[in-house]
Design a protein around this ligand. Structure first.
Ligand SMILES: Cc1cc2nc3c(=O)[nH]c(=O)nc-3n(C[C@H](O)[C@H](O)[C@H](O)COP(=O)(O)OP(=O)(O)OC[C@H]3O[C@@H](n4cnc5c(N)ncnc54)[C@H](O)[C@@H]3O)c2cc1C
Ligand SMILES: *[C@@H]1O[C@H](CO)[C@@H](O)[C@H](O)[C@H]1NC(C)=O
Ligand SMILES: *[C@@H]1O[C@H](CO)[C@@H](O)[C@H](O)[C@H]1NC(C)=O
Ligand SMILES: *[C@@H]1O[C@H](CO)[C@@H](O)[C@H](O)[C@H]1NC(C)=O
Length: 544
């Protein structure tokens, strides 16, 4: 049935369609901070027949800026520095396409100099080091002498996981109403259901990899040292987690850094451009405080409040046919009527991560890492646990090293002194102290961090609920949480990245547009709807 809404319009709804035309021809969608949802709503809406209702999108954003956990700050020189999400991989189609479509240049995440050392530290010694710069954990050839076939096995496992994940974008899987069902169908539930350490210990790795001939005969597990030294350094820098407390898929995602890129000037620009290009009305500084549906099957109403103001929340002027919640629910401080959420949105534990940016002319101090005075200290230090440490989760899991990573991002000119300085970034479980910085730099840092006599010229500490603590699980919060109420945040317990959040936004957008294209009005049984457009193959809104 190509245009089911037309048939209905000619029958049941025909009589009133004339009078109510103005109203019924606009389908109002409230989007709570979802730039990719808004963008793809407008893109997919282009495929609707001309007499389908027009989508009118309203975005509410609590802060003054678009991008959420993707945000950039300026060093004193004016150079942009990523405070939040910093990299994505070129296989991330939504983000990569956006950089192409919006003419955003891809930049170098880190501007190292030849000979810069990147090292993995366990709190006692460097367990691995390289002078290769960016793609250090991918140079499996160089790791062979040390870890044998384990790096190859790990790389194949990552390829397999990423390959299966990418099937979610394919026509036969997209759009999807149930993330749990898709994770199961793609065969990824075997990996989300166990920890990274368990996954890497499995002997039958070859059954899970799409392997080349050389690998076909290889049935051995991944070496414990390789897992702890290399892969755990990756899960710690990417998800602040040890391998024993992160599920297999997210552990593999941590190690999937092939083709890592970022947007010159800041990744947030992708999301800002998405909002602009969507044609949506954007209300900045505006928190949604409540969602209600006074009449059964009627419109949804939201209350909003200017963020940070003492004034009371006010009812927003128009009613909505759909509401998309694209912010982590548990931190959004939104209340709802009993009838709004048909499915409870589960609270999940999030990691609290401290991100500290600072500039200093000092290099990292060799003695802090137990090196001889005068030895060349590394520019980038990733960390892991040593053999005698018992892994723990959350902040306790950081272990003897006391931090997850320290990176030298770039050099910068101090605008006051003209000196060349380094821009550093530290990921840690606790706020960084002056004492810690004094040891790391080998010179006294005052309690004020900066100031006349300080070796630190700029200090910018921040913390985030950065991502869920990715414990093993086999079901995920589905995007359909009510009748015309959608939630994108459930995907973060599966994979928490900019791309996956954008993918869920695109998915919800497609589900909404398919519904708008199928019916003159929202409503009807999920089951009926599922049969009509569930496979994503039949609706008028099919092609992008
Ligand atoms: C330090 C750090 C490093 C990271 N590194 C990477 C990385 O390298 N690569 C990567 O892909 N991912 C990385 N991530 C993860 C990535 O940032 C997130 O997965 C992704 O940004 C989530 O996007 P989101 O839109 O779902 O949520 P968010 O980015 O959290 O956006 C939610 C938005 O909702 C708004 N909001 C909240 N409540 C309300 C309300 N009531 N009303 C209106 N608006 C509201 C917020 O202001 C915010 O703008 C990192 C995260 C952090 C913190
Ligand atoms: C479209 O949305 C804007 C912003 O919320 C609103 O002001 C306007 O009234 C809406 N238009 C219609 C026809 O509903
Ligand atoms: C949002 O609030 C900030 C800080 O109060 C203010 O500087 C900015 O102009 C506001 N932006 C809008 C669009 O109202
Ligand atoms: C990205 O662009 C390619 C080439 O134009 C297109 O085939 C693909 O569908 C796009 N992907 C997404 C997610 O928009």
């Amino acid at each position: 049935m190509k245009f089911p809404w037309l048939e209905l319009a000619l029958t049941g709804f025909g009589a009133t369609a004339g009078e109510a035309e103005v109203d019924e021809k606009v389908h109002n969608v409230a989007v709570i901070a979802g730039s990719s949802t808004a963008y793809y709503l407008s893109r997919f809406a282009e495929t609707l027949p001309t007499n389908a209702p027009a989508l009118n999108i309203t975005i509410f954003e609590k802060t003054d800026r678009v991008g959420g956990r993707s945000l950039t700050v300026s060093a004193p020189s004016g150079q942009p520095v990523e405070l939040g999400a910093s990299i994505f991989i070129t296989k991330n189609e939504i983000l990569l396409n956006a950089t192409r479509d919006f003419d955003l240049a891809l930049g170098n995440l880190r501007e190292g100099s030849p000979g810069d050392i990147t090292a993995i530290w366990d709190g006692q010694e460097f367990v691995y080091q390289t002078t290769d710069g960016e793609s250090w954990w991918w140079d499996v050839g160089k790791m062979f002498w040390r870890y044998g076939m384990s790096p190859y096995r790990a790389v194949n496992l990552v390829k397999d996981t990423v390959g299966r994940f990418l099937e979610l974008y394919e026509e036969h899987n997209f759009p999807f109403r149930s993330l749990s069902a898709k994770v199961y169908e793609l065969g990824l539930v075997k990996q989300t259901g166990i920890t990274g350490s368990e996954l890497l210990k499995q002997k039958n790795v070859r059954h899970m990899v799409s392997c080349n001939d050389a690998e076909r005969t290889d049935k051995k597990q991944i070496d414990e040292k390789f897992a702890r030294h290399i892969i755990q350094a990756a899960t710690r820098v990417n998800y602040a987690s040890n391998l024993a407390f992160i599920h297999g898929v997210e552990a593999m995602v941590s190690f999937a850094t092939e083709g890592a890129v970022s947007v010159e000037g800041g990744n947030w620009q992708i999301f800002d451009k998405m909002v602009q290009s969507s044609g949506a009305t954007l209300h900045r500084n505006t928190s949604v405080t409540s969602i209600s549906r006074p009449k059964q099957d009627g419109k949804y109403f939201v209350s909003t409040k200017i963020d940070g103001s003492a004034s009371a929340a006010e009812a927003y002027s128009i009613g909505f046919d759909e509401v998309v919640i694209a912010a982590p629910w548990q931190f959004s401080q939104i209340t709802t009527d009993a009838s709004v959420l048909r499915h409870k949105i589960e609270e999940v534990p999030y990691t609290k991560l401290h991100v500290t940016l600072f500039t200093s002319p000092y290099r990292l101090h060799p003695q802090f890492f137990g090196l001889a005075p005068g030895a060349k200290a590394p520019s980038n230090v990733y960390t892991t646990l040593s053999e005698d440490e018992t892994p723990a989760s959350g902040a306790d899991g950081v272990g003897r090293t006391g931090f997850y990573s320290i990176s030298t991002l770039k050099t910068t000119n101090n605008p006051n002194t003209g000196r060349l300085e380094f821009v550093y970034k530290i990921f840690s479980a606790e706020a960084i102290s002056p004492a810690f910085l004094s040891s790391v730099l080998g010179t006294a840092v005052p309690d004020s961090f900066t100031g006349d006599k300080s070796p630190i010229s700029w200090y910018h500490p921040a913390w985030f609920h950065s991502y869920p603590i990715e414990l093993p699980r086999v079901t995920f919060q589905d995007p359909v949480v009510g009748d015309g109420v959608w939630y994108t945040g459930g995907i973060e317990s599966f994979i928490s990245t900019m791309e996956t959040s954008a993918l869920m936004g695109m998915n919800v957008a497609k589900l909404i547009v398919d519904e708008v294209g199928s019916f003159p009005q929202k409503g009807g049984e999920d089951k009926v709807a599922e049969d009509m457009y569930g496979k994503g193959a039949d609706g008028p809104g099919d092609e992008l």
